[in-house]
Design a protein around this ligand. Structure first.
Ligand SMILES: C[S@@+](CC[C@H](N)C(=O)[O-])C[C@H]1O[C@@H](n2cnc3c(N)ncnc32)[C@H](O)[C@@H]1O
Length: 265
């Protein structure tokens, strides 16, 4: 087993009860001790359409979704009813990640967990793309869905031009074909550090009642970082006076920032 696989497995220790995995596709999270967790699978597409979207996975078994739903909204899941949400290599496919995280928090019971593995752009085909700043996500959260669709166009252009190195008419045609297929591109790209800032914005500024319970920076030979978020009752942190709370978050941020830098280099 590789180090990244060991880390993925180790962090499943937080998952108990009944929950969902969004976008499992060909790589469902293996939850070691079967029986302690019941997972239902959510995807935006049924199995036959997933096969069409991902012909490169022909020959590999794919998870059959139990629930077809937009994973960023989870309309079909009642609020406050699930113990965990697994979202591995999914959040970068969502065009409004802050709203998705807010929705996930609402769907969880108090002390429910989010298991979130995210590709670190430095180790993927996104390496030449500019990082997504927190401010961009805040705008995605604030604009109308129509405006967001217009903004998304630019990400399709980045996919064709920066990832696939297409130019001119070839790039334009590729953009149109990806949009026509409703292909699930990476709308946003992060590193471990830049995603940490997203989570701190979510917790500190948006006051979404999550705490960072555990995390793993990218490991040798791997391309992802993992965060485990826990839904709090919303009282623990808001009881702290504002300044104290800011210092506490800042310290946590510095710890999280400095730890991976030493590991990676
Ligand atoms: C790159 S695959 C992730 C596969 C796997 N979880 C992993 O760790 O490699 C992304 C998956 O998310 C699904 N997906 C993308 N956008 C979605 C959305 N808005 N709602 C639900 N599922 C979505 C895709 O259909 C696909 O199954």
């Amino acid at each position: 087993m590789t180090i990244p696989e060991v880390i993925r497995n180790t962090l499943t220790r937080y998952l108990h009860g009944r929950g969902i995995e969004i976008g499992a596709l060909h790589k469902p999270l293996k939850i070691g001790d079967r029986g302690r967790a019941k997972v239902f699978y959510v995807d935006r597409l049924p199995l036959d359409e997933l096969r069409q979207q991902y012909p490169e996975l022909n020959g590999l078994p794919l998870v059959t979704p139990d629930i077809i739903d937009d994973g960023g909204v989870l309309e079909r899941i009642e609020d406050g009813t699930i113990d965990f949400i697994i979202a591995n290599h999914l959040i970068e496919h969502l065009d409004n990640p802050l709203l998705a995280l807010e929705n996930w928090c609402r769907k969880l019971k108090v002390r429910g967990k989010v298991y979130l593995a995210v590709p670190d752009k430095r180790y993927t085909f996104d390496k030449d793309r500019p990082l997504t700043p927190v401010g961009h996500l805040v705008e995605d959260y604030q604009v109308t869905s129509r405006e967001r669709n217009d903004r998304n166009y630019q990400h399709f252009v980045e996919t064709a031009e920066i990832i696939e190195k297409r130019v001119g008419d070839d790039a334009r045609e590729r953009v149109e074909s990806l949009i026509a297929k409703q292909y699930s591109i990476h709308f946003h790209v992060w590193t471990f550090d830049s995603f940490t800032e997203v989570l701190l914005y979510l917790i500190d500024e948006m006051q979404i009642p999550f705490k960072i319970l555990d995390y793993s920076p990218p490991q040798l030979g791997g391309n992802e970082f993992i965060f485990i978020l826990e839904k709090t009752s919303g009282q623990g942190s808001s009881n702290l006076p504002g300044l104290l709370r800011k210092i506490q978050r800042r310290l946590c941020f510095l710890l999280v920032r400095n730890w991976p830098a030493k590991q990676i280099s």
